[in-house]
Design a binder for this molecule. Sequence first.
Ligand code: ATP
Length: 306
Amino acid sequence: LIQLYLQLNALGFIYREIKRSLIDMEEMFSLLAEPKEISDAPGAPALVAADGGVVFEDVHFGYGPEREILKGVSFVVPPGKSLAIVGPSGAGKSTISRLLFRFYDVSRGRVLIDGQDVRGVTQASLRAAIGIVPQDTVLFNDTIYYNVAYGRPGAPREEVEAAARLARIHDFVVSLPDGYDTRVGERGLKLSGGEKQRVAIARTILKGPPILLFDEATSALDTQTEREIQISLREVAENRTTLMIAHRLSTVVDADEILVLDKGRVVERGRHAALLAAGGIYAGMWRRQQETAFLQAELAQAMAEE
Ligand code: ATP
């Protein structure tokens, strides 16, 4: 048992180290949204995002000239399909989502949505077409109702509640004494990470964008919460082009395509079963995650028996 405990402790340490180096995505996005050289091309039309098909075509990119972060990344996410991006910390996964939002321009190659280069359309229309569920949702200091309805201001109450139902948060909300009028955020009720993420999913369902970007939380969630988030995610991803930045491989098993990114290159791609059968990097990552899960279960059981 001591041995197990030591191993888990080491894992926990590594995990915390990795997590420390992560920056909350929403915060990162707002930082990146500061005025930059990125601006609308003169007379740029609005994006016509009908189906939301996404194409990355030989994309190269670096935050500065000295270091290339993406080194020729190509993929196609057909309308309504899902793509999961996995890989070690620093591989460039979040960078892909920032380029999709056009917080930066590619240095070579193209990013297309329904055949339109993101550099050729207005940023407002581009961002309206993409719904993001960030890792750590920051809620407004307002009611739960406001926080969900923000996805589409003025939406009728039935639709706000329907979105919350699909996101598996409605029952929890109505169980609170003040229901949807419960105040949340820093000065209100503290919601758990999983609850906050489900509020964000409800908001995105209400917004109804053709493209969904889901940045999975790195923090460990209990199995039940994780399962509920996966169910609500499946609801929102249905018939929507979905890009998932995945940290836990259990999220990606159903993806139409999985990209394994390493040091800015796609090193493997395919569906879960095929990648497992190939016995490469993905299969190794899967095995390690299974082992960790097994160790955790063993420890929990040993502690319960003591
Ligand atoms: P993680 O799983 O840890 O979130 P990631 O695969 O999403 O990692 P990215 O966030 O895309 O990785 O970062 C890829 C590389 O780009 C990292 O080496 C990172 O240090 C660097 N990087 C990220 N953002 C910036 C920035 N704003 N300026 C300079 N370098 C950056």
